[in-house]
Design a protein around this ligand. Structure first.
Ligand code: NAD
Ligand code: UFG
Length: 344
């Protein structure tokens, strides 16, 4: 019988790619999402790729009663992958209570139903934002967590603490937090991808929207950082590689391979790339020119961060292997697909 996995935020960007990978690895998935930052049509995309339409429950995880009803109607859930969260750093500064309430109450409700319904395993979406600007690079999981620079980042730090404490207190409960670096790209089918609402905050959707003509030019935030070409350096990881790591984490938890009940892994490529390197590689991969202008540094940005992924490589048996050119091409193909869809 297929093992049932509950995926919160499963119609979102990373969640939808993970649902595809879980289904392709023989798991049955149940998506819970309130569609606050995603669209129901994502289910068509998933079905188009895998041939299977996942079960879907439109509910707000902050509603404990409805979450209980959901767990009741799908008995035998083996694990939860928890993506659902609000994630806009700037917005979190303006609306801290909304972020603390949504991101923390939903997590606490999940931990509650895990105990009530004997769901033993949790995979949690954390972020490299917990490291701030680390003193040493690459960043290992032992790097001290720095005070959060936004309420969003703080919800990730507090969430990790809530999970660690709950797992320590409740026997039989196990969890893995995955600290993502910068997820980019879309499924090679171009049937699912990232759907930023309004003006994109992140680099890659801003590049693709500039090239397709929705934006006039890319704003490069700073060329005076202490980096080889002066622009900011990040660790960009293909979203499908990232999704595959969740399958490995689920396997590890279900097969009870870990010695500790709570584990943390960095998910990145291990390679730092500058904004200019991304622009050049995008141009090479797609044959399109990216018009850009230099702007002042974006407040709150750090100069550089990239992951040491040795632990995930060794312990999860996972490595991000997709070439950057293929990843950037997938982002461009997705942009063309959604613009085409919008124009019809
Ligand atoms: P996303 O916004 O595309 O997906 C999140 C989904 O959660 C959305 O579909 C939204 O409707 C849903 N959701 C939010 N609050 C909910 C609630 N209370 N009840 C039910 N559903 C709810 O985001 P994403 O980029 O796929 O990110 C997934 C996770 O990964 C988030 O926890 C995010 O903080 C984390 N993360 C993302 C990035 C990134 O750059 N995308 C980086 C690091 C960590
Ligand atoms: N950048 C630009 N122009 C843009 C957008 C970004 O030059 O229009 C630059 C930034 O200054 C930075 C790099 O491109 O140097 C990457 O910026 P992103 O906004 O794409 O990503 P961040 O590293 O700032 O943040 C992202 C998510 C956070 C998450 C973090 C770590 O937005 O939520 O990755 O996972 F916490």
């Amino acid at each position: 019988m297929q093992k049932k996995i509950l995926v919160t935020g499963g119609t979102g960007y990373i969640g939808s790619h993970t649902v595809v990978e879980l289904q392709e690895n023989g798991y049955e998935t149940i998506i819970v999402d309130n569609l606050s930052n995603s669209q129901i049509e994502v289910l068509d995309g998933i079905a188009g790729i895998t041939g299977i339409r996942p079960s879907f429950e439109n509910l707000d995880l902050c509603d404990l009663e409805k979450l209980r009803d959901c767990c009741h109607s799908y008995s035998g859930i083996k694990a939860i992958v928890h993506f659902a969260a609000l994630k806009a750093v700037g917005e979190s500064v303006e609306k801290p209570l909304e972020y603390y309430s949504n991101n923390l109450v939903s997590l606490m409700n999940l931990l509650q139903v895990m105990q009530e319904f004997n769901i033993p395993c949790l995979v949690f979406s954390s972020s490299c934002t917990v490291y701030g600007q680390p003193d040493r690079l690459p960043v290992t999981e032992d790097t001290p967590v720095k005070p959060a620079s936004s309420p969003y980042g703080n919800t990730k730090q507090i969430s990790e603490e809530i999970i660690r404490d709950t797992v320590a207190a409740v026997s039989g409960l196990k969890a893995i937090s995955l600290r993502y670096f910068n997820p980019i790209g879309a499924h090679r089918s171009a049937l699912i991808g990232e759907l930023p609402l309004g003006t994109p905050l992140n680099l890659i959707p801003y590049i693709t929207q500039t090239v397709i003509g929705v934006r006039d030019h890319l704003r490069v935030f700073g060329n005076d950082y202490d980096t080889p070409d002066g622009s900011g350096i990040r660790d960009y990881i293909y979203v499908v590689d990232l999704a595959r790591a969740h399958v490995k984490a689920i396997e590890r938890l279900l097969e009870d391979k870990g010695e500790q009940a709570y584990e943390v892994f960095n998910l990145g490529t291990g390679k730092g790339l500058s904004v200019f390197e991304i622009v050049k590689t995008f141009e090479k991969a797609t044959g399109q020119q990216v018009h850009y202008k230099i702007y002042p540094r974006r407040p709150g940005d750090i100069a550089r961060v990239y992951a040491d992924t040795t632990l995930a490589n060794k312990v999860l048996g996972w490595k991000a292997g997709t070439p950057l050119e293929d990843t950037l091409l997938s982002a461009w193909n997705w942009e063309k697909y959604i613009r085409g869809r919008m124009n019809h």
